[in-house]
Design a binder for this molecule. Structure first.
Ligand code: HEM
Length: 223
């Protein structure tokens, strides 16, 4: 990868930079935001811990791929983190064919071939008729009986984009963040000691500005 960059090969450099951002910065920022959100919401933290305890009761310390898939509340916590802190806050797409968009109010807009569409997630994920109390960190909004991510159709929630160029790393990204947070939750008592971080909007993947400091104490009953 380094050699490709040194040789100045534009195509290879683009792939290297693309993979670095696509697979690394996105998951890193999401792990940090998930921790900051969870440790700031006692009710969510307790529910996430309760889920971990149930998993351990059922499977012991055998935390494998299938066990991670069972962590549905932790999944919703990560999903809600991504609603509020999408690593890709805007997508740009080139229009290949004319098409028409109809709004809820009945207005129609013709989108012409050759134009570029900007799709801002920071707006899409904060639409009040879709997301109830949208400023509140509420992982239950994706749970049974609510499914707010479906209210406006299949593309309501698009932290991983959609269609042909949707993120192929989605399942892997959830696994990565779950591996980190299920381990930390099971093994440590954690407290956020710094204030809840502001967003560093100037970063390619908006991450917390400054340090996110956490105190930790090993659990006696850790697995
Ligand atoms: C929380 C973690 C992640 C998020 C939120 C995320 C989000 C996204 C989004 C929104 C896109 C579409 C961008 C666009 O249309 O302009 C995308 C594309 C992509 N992602 Fe991810 N991603 C994550 C993790 C990963 C991981 C772990 C990998 C690989 C291991 C990965 C590989 C890719 C690739 C290769 C593309 C380009 C797909 C294409 O153009 O056909 N992503 N990602």
């Amino acid at each position: 990868m380094t050699r490709a960059l040194q040789e100045g090969s534009r195509g290879e450099s683009n792939i290297a930079v693309g993979l670095d951002i696509a697979g690394k910065h996105t998951s890193t920022a999401t792990s940090t935001w998930t921790g900051a959100r969870l440790l700031s919401h006692t009710e969510c933290l307790e529910a996430a811990l309760e889920e971990q305890q149930q998993i351990v009761k059922k499977h012991g310390d055998n935390i494998d791929y299938d066990t991670l898939l069972e962590m549905s509340f932790l999944h919703c916590c990560i999903k809600e983190t991504l609603r509020m802190h999408p690593p890709g806050p805007i997508f740009l797409s080139k229009v290949h064919k004319n098409f028409t968009v109809r709004t809820r109010e009945g207005y129609e807009y013709e989108i012409l071939e050759g134009h570029t569409i900007a799709s801002p997630l920071v707006i899409n994920h904060n639409i009040p008729y879709i997301y109830k109390d949208l400023d509140v960190y509420d992982p239950h909004r994706f749970g049974p009986g609510r499914a707010e991510d479906r209210v406006g159709g299949m593309l309501t929630y698009n932290a991983f984009s959609g269609g042909r160029h949707a993120c192929p790393g989605e399942a892997y990204a959830y696994m990565q963040v779950k591996v980190i947070w299920s381990h930390l939750l099971r093994n440590f008592e954690l407290k956020l000691v710094s204030p809840f971080p502001e967003t560093h909007w100037l970063k390619v993947t908006p991450e917390p500005r400054g340090k996110v400091e956490v105190s930790y104490k090993r659990r006696i009953d850790a697995t």
